[in-house]
Design a binder for this molecule. Structure first.
Ligand code: DGL
Length: 267
Protein backbone atom coordinates (compact mmCIF):
# COMPACT_ATOMS: atom_id res chain seq x y z
CA UNK A 1 0.00 0.00 0.00
CA UNK A 2 1.24 3.46 -0.87
CA UNK A 3 -0.74 6.64 -0.27
CA UNK A 4 1.60 8.94 -2.14
CA UNK A 5 -0.19 10.76 -4.98
CA UNK A 6 -0.20 9.94 -8.68
CA UNK A 7 1.16 12.80 -10.80
CA UNK A 8 -0.79 13.53 -13.99
CA UNK A 9 0.18 16.30 -16.37
CA UNK A 10 -0.69 17.92 -19.67
CA UNK A 11 0.12 21.06 -21.61
CA UNK A 12 -3.24 22.38 -20.43
CA UNK A 13 -6.66 21.14 -19.57
CA UNK A 14 -6.99 18.27 -22.05
CA UNK A 15 -5.28 15.81 -19.72
CA UNK A 16 -8.29 16.07 -17.45
CA UNK A 17 -10.10 13.79 -19.92
CA UNK A 18 -7.51 11.15 -19.08
CA UNK A 19 -7.77 11.90 -15.37
CA UNK A 20 -11.53 11.43 -15.58
CA UNK A 21 -11.01 7.84 -16.76
CA UNK A 22 -8.30 7.23 -14.18
CA UNK A 23 -10.63 8.32 -11.37
CA UNK A 24 -13.28 5.89 -12.62
CA UNK A 25 -10.98 2.90 -12.10
CA UNK A 26 -8.90 4.03 -9.11
CA UNK A 27 -11.16 6.47 -7.22
CA UNK A 28 -9.25 6.12 -3.96
CA UNK A 29 -5.96 7.46 -5.26
CA UNK A 30 -4.61 10.85 -4.26
CA UNK A 31 -3.96 12.95 -7.36
CA UNK A 32 -1.80 15.91 -8.27
CA UNK A 33 -2.67 17.30 -11.70
CA UNK A 34 -0.45 19.79 -13.49
CA UNK A 35 -1.66 21.79 -16.51
CA UNK A 36 0.88 24.07 -18.18
CA UNK A 37 -1.89 26.45 -19.24
CA UNK A 38 0.43 29.43 -19.69
CA UNK A 39 2.40 27.61 -22.39
CA UNK A 40 -0.32 25.59 -24.12
CA UNK A 41 -0.34 24.59 -26.97
CA UNK A 42 2.67 22.31 -27.10
CA UNK A 43 1.65 20.88 -30.48
CA UNK A 44 3.24 23.55 -32.73
CA UNK A 45 6.50 23.67 -30.71
CA UNK A 46 9.71 21.80 -31.39
CA UNK A 47 9.85 18.48 -29.54
CA UNK A 48 13.14 19.53 -27.89
CA UNK A 49 11.39 22.52 -26.34
CA UNK A 50 8.44 20.38 -25.22
CA UNK A 51 10.92 17.96 -23.64
CA UNK A 52 12.43 20.79 -21.58
CA UNK A 53 8.94 21.85 -20.42
CA UNK A 54 8.18 18.26 -19.47
CA UNK A 55 11.41 17.99 -17.49
CA UNK A 56 10.52 21.08 -15.46
CA UNK A 57 6.99 19.80 -14.78
CA UNK A 58 8.18 16.36 -13.75
CA UNK A 59 10.85 17.91 -11.54
CA UNK A 60 8.08 19.86 -9.80
CA UNK A 61 5.90 16.76 -9.44
CA UNK A 62 8.81 14.67 -8.19
CA UNK A 63 9.28 17.20 -5.39
CA UNK A 64 5.65 16.45 -4.44
CA UNK A 65 6.74 12.82 -4.01
CA UNK A 66 4.46 11.25 -6.62
CA UNK A 67 4.63 7.45 -6.93
CA UNK A 68 3.59 7.20 -10.58
CA UNK A 69 3.76 9.71 -13.43
CA UNK A 70 1.09 9.83 -16.12
CA UNK A 71 1.87 11.90 -19.20
CA UNK A 72 -1.70 12.80 -20.14
CA UNK A 73 -0.60 14.57 -23.31
CA UNK A 74 0.26 13.01 -26.64
CA UNK A 75 2.76 15.65 -27.68
CA UNK A 76 4.63 15.35 -24.38
CA UNK A 77 4.55 11.56 -24.65
CA UNK A 78 6.02 11.75 -28.15
CA UNK A 79 8.70 14.18 -26.94
CA UNK A 80 9.75 12.72 -23.64
CA UNK A 81 8.37 9.30 -22.63
CA UNK A 82 11.61 7.42 -23.25
CA UNK A 83 13.71 10.10 -21.56
CA UNK A 84 11.47 10.16 -18.49
CA UNK A 85 11.40 6.40 -18.18
CA UNK A 86 15.18 6.42 -18.25
CA UNK A 87 15.66 9.23 -15.73
CA UNK A 88 12.85 8.78 -13.15
CA UNK A 89 12.94 6.13 -10.43
CA UNK A 90 9.14 5.68 -10.58
CA UNK A 91 6.92 4.16 -13.30
CA UNK A 92 5.99 6.53 -16.13
CA UNK A 93 2.98 5.96 -18.41
CA UNK A 94 2.27 7.80 -21.67
CA UNK A 95 -0.91 7.89 -23.76
CA UNK A 96 0.35 6.85 -27.18
CA UNK A 97 1.01 3.15 -26.66
CA UNK A 98 -2.41 2.61 -24.99
CA UNK A 99 -4.10 4.48 -27.86
CA UNK A 100 -2.25 2.40 -30.43
CA UNK A 101 -3.29 -0.79 -28.64
CA UNK A 102 -6.94 0.31 -28.61
CA UNK A 103 -6.82 1.11 -32.33
CA UNK A 104 -5.24 -2.21 -33.26
CA UNK A 105 -7.93 -3.99 -31.26
CA UNK A 106 -10.70 -2.23 -33.18
CA UNK A 107 -9.62 -2.07 -36.80
CA UNK A 108 -11.05 -4.69 -39.14
CA UNK A 109 -9.71 -3.40 -42.45
CA UNK A 110 -6.33 -2.47 -40.91
CA UNK A 111 -6.48 1.17 -41.98
CA UNK A 112 -6.19 3.54 -39.03
CA UNK A 113 -6.42 7.33 -38.99
CA UNK A 114 -4.73 9.56 -36.43
CA UNK A 115 -5.78 13.14 -35.73
CA UNK A 116 -3.27 14.84 -33.45
CA UNK A 117 -1.04 17.87 -32.99
CA UNK A 118 1.70 18.71 -35.46
CA UNK A 119 4.37 17.62 -32.96
CA UNK A 120 2.77 14.21 -32.48
CA UNK A 121 2.18 13.67 -36.20
CA UNK A 122 5.73 14.68 -37.13
CA UNK A 123 7.20 12.43 -34.44
CA UNK A 124 5.42 9.47 -36.10
CA UNK A 125 4.97 8.10 -32.60
CA UNK A 126 1.60 6.48 -33.42
CA UNK A 127 2.94 4.92 -36.62
CA UNK A 128 5.81 3.38 -34.64
CA UNK A 129 3.62 2.21 -31.74
CA UNK A 130 1.07 0.60 -34.10
CA UNK A 131 3.69 -1.02 -36.27
CA UNK A 132 5.31 -2.53 -33.15
CA UNK A 133 2.03 -4.37 -32.51
CA UNK A 134 1.10 -5.12 -36.14
CA UNK A 135 3.37 -4.11 -39.01
CA UNK A 136 0.65 -4.67 -41.60
CA UNK A 137 -1.64 -1.88 -40.41
CA UNK A 138 -1.64 1.27 -42.52
CA UNK A 139 -1.63 4.52 -40.54
CA UNK A 140 -2.76 7.87 -41.99
CA UNK A 141 -2.23 10.99 -39.91
CA UNK A 142 -3.35 14.57 -39.94
CA UNK A 143 -2.37 17.50 -37.72
CA UNK A 144 -5.43 19.36 -36.41
CA UNK A 145 -4.14 22.41 -34.51
CA UNK A 146 -7.33 24.48 -34.84
CA UNK A 147 -9.29 21.93 -32.85
CA UNK A 148 -7.03 22.44 -29.83
CA UNK A 149 -7.83 26.17 -29.99
CA UNK A 150 -11.58 25.56 -30.09
CA UNK A 151 -11.45 23.17 -27.16
CA UNK A 152 -9.12 25.27 -25.03
CA UNK A 153 -11.57 28.18 -25.48
CA UNK A 154 -14.43 25.93 -24.41
CA UNK A 155 -16.10 26.16 -27.83
CA UNK A 156 -17.35 22.61 -28.19
CA UNK A 157 -20.01 22.87 -30.89
CA UNK A 158 -21.14 25.01 -33.82
CA UNK A 159 -20.82 25.24 -37.58
CA UNK A 160 -17.28 26.60 -37.57
CA UNK A 161 -16.07 23.74 -35.40
CA UNK A 162 -17.84 21.15 -37.55
CA UNK A 163 -16.35 22.67 -40.70
CA UNK A 164 -12.90 22.53 -39.21
CA UNK A 165 -13.28 18.93 -38.05
CA UNK A 166 -14.54 17.87 -41.46
CA UNK A 167 -11.65 19.55 -43.27
CA UNK A 168 -9.24 17.53 -41.13
CA UNK A 169 -10.94 14.16 -41.35
CA UNK A 170 -11.93 14.25 -45.01
CA UNK A 171 -8.51 13.08 -46.31
CA UNK A 172 -8.51 10.30 -43.73
CA UNK A 173 -12.00 9.16 -44.73
CA UNK A 174 -10.81 9.13 -48.34
CA UNK A 175 -8.24 6.54 -47.25
CA UNK A 176 -11.10 4.31 -46.05
CA UNK A 177 -10.00 4.18 -42.43
CA UNK A 178 -12.28 2.26 -40.08
CA UNK A 179 -10.71 3.56 -36.85
CA UNK A 180 -9.85 7.15 -36.00
CA UNK A 181 -7.57 7.79 -33.05
CA UNK A 182 -8.09 11.10 -31.27
CA UNK A 183 -4.35 11.44 -30.73
CA UNK A 184 -4.71 14.56 -28.64
CA UNK A 185 -6.11 14.66 -25.14
CA UNK A 186 -8.25 17.69 -25.97
CA UNK A 187 -10.32 15.92 -28.59
CA UNK A 188 -12.50 13.66 -26.39
CA UNK A 189 -14.34 16.87 -25.48
CA UNK A 190 -15.59 17.10 -29.05
CA UNK A 191 -15.82 13.35 -29.59
CA UNK A 192 -19.54 13.55 -30.36
CA UNK A 193 -18.94 15.93 -33.25
CA UNK A 194 -15.92 13.99 -34.53
CA UNK A 195 -17.86 10.70 -34.41
CA UNK A 196 -20.90 12.22 -36.11
CA UNK A 197 -18.84 13.70 -38.94
CA UNK A 198 -16.76 10.53 -39.35
CA UNK A 199 -19.88 8.48 -40.01
CA UNK A 200 -21.02 5.04 -38.88
CA UNK A 201 -18.24 3.15 -40.61
CA UNK A 202 -15.51 4.71 -38.49
CA UNK A 203 -14.91 3.91 -34.84
CA UNK A 204 -13.55 6.96 -33.01
CA UNK A 205 -11.31 6.14 -30.08
CA UNK A 206 -9.20 7.84 -27.44
CA UNK A 207 -6.39 6.44 -25.35
CA UNK A 208 -7.90 7.56 -22.05
CA UNK A 209 -9.70 4.35 -21.11
CA UNK A 210 -6.76 2.08 -21.94
CA UNK A 211 -4.32 4.45 -20.20
CA UNK A 212 -6.47 4.33 -17.06
CA UNK A 213 -6.41 0.54 -17.22
CA UNK A 214 -2.61 0.65 -17.41
CA UNK A 215 -2.53 2.90 -14.34
CA UNK A 216 -4.59 0.40 -12.37
CA UNK A 217 -2.49 -2.55 -13.55
CA UNK A 218 0.80 -0.88 -12.62
CA UNK A 219 -0.45 0.10 -9.17
CA UNK A 220 -1.48 -3.50 -8.57
CA UNK A 221 1.64 -5.06 -10.08
CA UNK A 222 4.00 -2.79 -8.14
CA UNK A 223 1.97 -3.10 -4.92
CA UNK A 224 1.63 0.68 -4.70
CA UNK A 225 -2.16 1.16 -4.71
CA UNK A 226 -3.59 3.52 -2.06
CA UNK A 227 -4.96 1.97 1.11
CA UNK A 228 -8.40 3.43 0.47
CA UNK A 229 -8.85 4.86 3.92
CA UNK A 230 -9.94 8.50 4.23
CA UNK A 231 -11.04 10.91 1.54
CA UNK A 232 -8.50 11.11 -1.30
CA UNK A 233 -7.17 14.54 -2.26
CA UNK A 234 -7.03 16.14 -5.71
CA UNK A 235 -4.77 19.14 -6.16
CA UNK A 236 -4.57 21.04 -9.43
CA UNK A 237 -1.56 23.15 -10.34
CA UNK A 238 -1.48 25.33 -13.38
CA UNK A 239 0.65 28.07 -14.81
CA UNK A 240 -2.06 30.33 -16.22
CA UNK A 241 -5.19 31.89 -14.78
CA UNK A 242 -6.93 29.77 -12.17
CA UNK A 243 -10.37 31.16 -13.00
CA UNK A 244 -10.14 29.72 -16.52
CA UNK A 245 -9.11 26.41 -15.04
CA UNK A 246 -12.15 26.25 -12.74
CA UNK A 247 -14.58 27.09 -15.51
CA UNK A 248 -13.25 25.09 -18.43
CA UNK A 249 -11.61 22.38 -16.32
CA UNK A 250 -14.96 21.32 -14.94
CA UNK A 251 -16.09 20.44 -18.47
CA UNK A 252 -13.03 18.30 -19.04
CA UNK A 253 -13.11 16.47 -15.74
CA UNK A 254 -16.85 16.16 -15.51
CA UNK A 255 -16.87 17.25 -11.89
CA UNK A 256 -16.32 20.36 -9.78
CA UNK A 257 -12.70 21.46 -9.33
CA UNK A 258 -12.04 23.08 -5.99
CA UNK A 259 -8.29 23.24 -5.32
CA UNK A 260 -6.42 25.09 -8.07
CA UNK A 261 -3.02 26.58 -7.37
CA UNK A 262 -1.50 28.97 -9.91
CA UNK A 263 2.27 28.76 -9.99
CA UNK A 264 5.20 30.09 -11.98
CA UNK A 265 7.43 27.18 -12.94
CA UNK A 266 10.37 29.47 -13.49
CA UNK A 267 10.43 30.34 -9.78
N1 DGL B 1 -2.79 17.90 -24.93
C1 DGL B 1 -2.04 18.00 -26.15
C2 DGL B 1 -1.85 16.62 -26.75
O1 DGL B 1 -2.47 15.66 -26.33
C3 DGL B 1 -2.72 18.90 -27.14
C4 DGL B 1 -2.66 20.38 -26.83
C5 DGL B 1 -1.35 21.03 -27.16
O2 DGL B 1 -1.04 21.24 -28.35
O3 DGL B 1 -0.64 21.34 -26.21
O4 DGL B 1 -1.06 16.50 -27.65
Amino acid sequence: MDNRPIGVFDSGLGGLTVLREILKVVPNENIIYFGDTARVPYGPRKLEEVREFVFSITHFLSQKDVKLMVIACNTSTAAALDALQARLPIPVIGVIEPGARTAVGHTANRRVGVMATRGTVESRAYDKAISKIDRGIKVYSVAAPKLVEYVEKGQLCGQALDGSIYDYIEPLLAKKIDVLIMGCTHFPLIEGRIAHLSGDNVKVISSAVETARDVKNILTKEGIAASGTGKPFRIFYETGKASHFYRVGKMFLGEEITDVVSIDLAM
